[in-house]
Design a protein. Structure first.
Ligand code: GDP
Ligand code: IMO
Ligand code: MG
Length: 427
């Protein structure tokens, strides 16, 4: 029963979509277990480029069943337009399964996301504005709407009433907005019921039976470790658990079933939205990483903040996820630098600190301590094996591996499926 978890080891956008797609050809199920359409996963197959938000990246592998687990929040309009966009390009999406327990992002959750961000002013999180936080808040407050509620109009109406009761007071009295009518929301949601019906399933049962039958299941995280609500740079985080434990709760699979946890790790660091980022660059190196790496958000189109590799973060990701492997991505982007700084520790108020501080204040004060590693100038995008890499690129990978605490089992040297050096097999 090989069950693999694949997740982001930094602040998201590490290349999870590419890595999942690469493995998709050899696995039976790919499962999203948290997050929603705040995610933006780019997959390049031949000369075709796909941007996926809610659908697991395994959707592009014909033999693979894509699953949206109970821990995901689903915006039905986004899901349906993503499905029809893929259908128009000839992708068969008929195998998709959606958990009846997944929560629905309603139009009022999107409204609340936008108004609360506006009210936070300079303290805003810089969310994607897709209603993610408010939908998880409703889930925890026990006033959420689940996919299964679409199939009982009376229950749906009662639940929308309960959810809007307090929200309408808040919208009208605090935020100076118009109240949202219950009937209008119910009517809008009911339109999705028939369209989603063919996909809705007891995904917990399906996945556990698949594991019993020795099928290969890959759990694909959205976002990254440092955006985790519990283990990330709170409050500048998303509202779910991208870390490995999230795969268990977000898909209904016990921890004893997980055999491998793969951390996707960019050869440098990026972040979107607000929050601390010790190795962030504000100079021409940062600009160059952004330009060469194409660091622009797939979901919001925002420029990503860029900086050097941070080994303190990588070590932390190994620890909180129990990583068994790393998949190092975008090594090709670093070609051309004479020397590449790597953050090996932080200096915090005059002290050298080797591990991620639990205190938010300390992390905000952390200054990177850099070690300089020699760069390379040869084009590495055609490299097929580790020995094809220039000596300095090999040494860079080895140094990162040593500092990060888990073996680097694959290396990305370009966005395409085949632009990958496989060192240890994942299956
Ligand atoms: P995700 O959210 O983790 O799936 O990552 P994104 O898709 O948001 O961002 C990663 C970007 O890097 C995408 O444009 C990928 O096509 C691209 N990419 C992934 N791996 C590599 C790589 O090894 N080299 C290069 N140059 N680009 C890559
Ligand atoms: P993928 O799956 C990078 C960030 C937002 C914001 C914070 C909270 O492509 O790696 P939210 O809308 O989730 O409440 O916003 O989280 N964020 C991401 N950053 N990649 C993502 O997804 C992200 N999803 C959310 O920018 O800072
Ligand atoms: Mg992304």
């Amino acid at each position: 029963m090989p069950a693999l978890v694949l997740l982001g080891a930094q602040w998201g956008d590490e290349g999870k979509g590419k890595a999942t797609d690469l493995l998709g050809g050899s696995v039976d199920y790919v499962v999203r277990y948290q997050g929603g359409n705040n995610a933006g996963h780019t997959v390049v197959v031949g000369d075709q480029k796909y941007a996926l938000h809610l659908l697991p990246s395994g959707i592009l592998s014909p033999g693979c069943t894509p699953v949206i687990g109970n821990g995901v929040v689903v915006d039905p309009s986004v899901l349906l337009s993503e499905l029809s966009g893929l259908n128009e390009r000839g992708v068969d999406t008929s195998k998709l399964l959606i958990s009846g327990n997944a929560h629905i992002i309603t139009p009022y959750n999107v409204t609340v996301d936008k108004v609360t961000e506006r009210f936070l002013g300079k303290r805003k999180i810089g969310t994607t504005g897709r209603g993610i936080g408010p939908t998880y808040a409703d889930k925890i407050n026990r006033v959420g709407i689940r996919v299964q509620d679409l199939y009982d109009e009376s229950i749906l109406t009662q639940k929308v009433e309960a959810a809007l009761d307090v929200k309408n007071q808040m919208l009208t009295k605090l935020y100076n907005r118009r109240a949202i009518a219950v009937e209008q929301v119910v009517e809008e949601l009911l339109v999705y019921a028939d369209k989603l019906a063919p996909y809705v399933a007891d995904t917990v049962l399906v996945l556990n039976e698949a594991l019993e039958q020795d099928k290969v299941v890959l759990f694909e995280g959205g976002q990254g470790t440092l955006l985790d609500i519990d283990h990330g740079t709170y409050p500048f985080v998303t509202s779910s658990n991208p870390t490995a434990g999230g795969a268990c709760t977000g898909a209904g699979v016990g921890p004893t079933k997980i055999s491998r946890v793969i951390g996707i790790l960019k050869a440098y660091t990026t972040r979107v939205g607000a929050g601390p980022f010790p190795t962030e660059l504000f100079d021409e190196d940062g600009e160059a990483l952004r330009r060469i790496g194409g660091e622009r958000g797939v979901t919001t189109g925002r420029d990503r903040r860029c900086g050097w590799f941070d080994a303190v973060i990588a070590r932390y990701a190994t620890r909180v996820n129990g990583l068994t492997d790393f998949f190092l991505t975008k090594l090709d982007v670093l070609t051309g630098w004479e020397q590449i700084p790597v953050c090996v520790a932080y200096e915090i108020d005059g002290r050298r600190v080797e591990e991620l501080p639990y205190s938010q204040t300390d992390f905000h004060h952390a200054k990177p301590v850099y070690e300089m590693l020699p760069g390379w100038s040869e084009d590495i995008s055609k490299a097929k094996s580790f020995s094809d890499l220039p000596k300095n690129a090999q040494a860079y990978v080895k140094a990162l591996e040593e500092m990060s605490g888990a073996p680097i089992s694959a290396i990305g040297v370009g966005p395409g499926r085949d632009e990958t050096i496989e060192i240890n097999s994942f299956l």
